[in-house]
Ligand binder design. Structure first.
Ligand code: B4P
Length: 196
């Protein structure tokens, strides 16, 4: 298997690049943001609870997203690998993910971390908010809250994988195609190695 984490702040292009990478490398896309939005649109109890956090720009409690990812791993046996998008977002989630993968005799091969300036992040998310209908994109204060939450709770996830020398920084500004080429270059290089 080849398992990768696409990492970066809100608006860094994780969702955009994930769509292209899963098509090229035949990976199973696991986006906790998409899974949560699906729960919200189906008005499940989990979705209604998660919405309270997401609308304020806060992270959803760890146990909720860990449960979702555990189920998704169990429900997708025999895949080529997983692309984790927006997960893990806390040190607790990173530890749990390592344990879940270990039970399946696999591990994270690499964390590709998209580097984008704060000004560009806000510009992108405000623009998406004009058309997406996403409540967490429609207000600049909430967008800023998401970036603060990222700096407070999520940047430490990179340290977790840095200890294992698994973090590769990738410039996340430029055209979508330019960034896709940079990410593909790193994956092609790493797929030749045994990283687990
Ligand atoms: P996510 O759905 O993960 O969303 P995101 O971080 O806001 O966006 P992403 O980074 O994927 O956006 P993209 O760049 O593709 O999370 C939403 C919320 O869910 C969180 O705030 C949290 O509440 C909750 N949540 C999710 N996972 C969780 C977890 N593990 N634990 C706890 N809570 C969790 O797109 C941004 C925009 O930029 C798009 O409009 C795109 O078109 C544009 N864009 C992309 N690339 C571009 C480029 N190169 N140039 C110009 N624009 C570009």
């Amino acid at each position: 298997m080849f398992n990768l984490i696409l990492f970066g702040p809100p608006g860094s292009g994780k969702g955009t690049q994930s769509e292209k990478l899963i098509a090229k490398y035949q990976l199973k896309h696991l986006s906790t943001g998409d899974l949560l939005r699906s729960e919200i649109s189906r008005k499940t109890a989990l979705g209604l609870e998660a919405k309270k956090f997401m609308d304020k720009g806060n992270l959803v409690p760890d146990e909720v997203v860990i449960g979702m990812i555990g189920d998704a791993l169990d429900n997708n046996p025999g895949v080529e690998g997983f692309l984790f998008d927006g997960f893990p977002r806390t040190a607790i989630q990173a530890n749990e993910l390592d344990q879940l993968l270990k039970k399946k005799n696999t591990c994270i091969d690499v964390m590709l971390a998209l580097n984008v300036s704060e000004g560009e992040l806000i510009k992108r998310l405000v623009k998406r908010g004009q058309t997406s209908g996403r409540s967490d994109d429609s207000n600049e204060q909430v967008i800023r809250a998401r970036i603060i939450e990222y700096n407070r709770k999520t940047t430490s996830v990179a340290d977790h994988y840095q200890h294992e020398h698994k973090v590769v920084m990738v410039k996340g500004e430029g055209t979508v195609e330019e960034i896709f080429a940079r990410l593909s270059h790193e994956i092609d290089r790493l797929k030749k190695q045994d990283n687990c």
